[in-house]
Ligand binder design. Sequence first.
Ligand SMILES: [Mg+2]
Length: 120
Amino acid sequence: MRFMKSLPRMTVDQLVKEYVQIGQFLNHRWPLKNQQQRIFARIMKIVEELGELADEILTSMNLQRRSKIAKFSRENLEDEFADVLGSLILLAIEMDIDVEQVIKKKIEFTKLRFEMDHPN
Ligand SMILES: [Mg+2]
């Protein structure tokens, strides 16, 4: 796997903490009436960012118009991936979901389901 060498590593906990700050900033800058509206806004943002990521991936596969393909860069693709993950974390924070715990649980479930700990 390819890692960026210039930035220090982060735990899931640290990642979520950074996004708690970003979420507080966003809620202050663009205040919404209540939690339901904030969750709705977060969901719409995920959809938007997912579309941007899909756009970059299609471009990387030469499935877009020539003008878009000419603008493709690996950096843009990674940037959009980060936007999707960040927007998902912001939703988790708004909905009080413990990202680390639910992901750990899902990994365990997946390993058990496919018996990954007992290779045949
Ligand atoms: Mg984006």
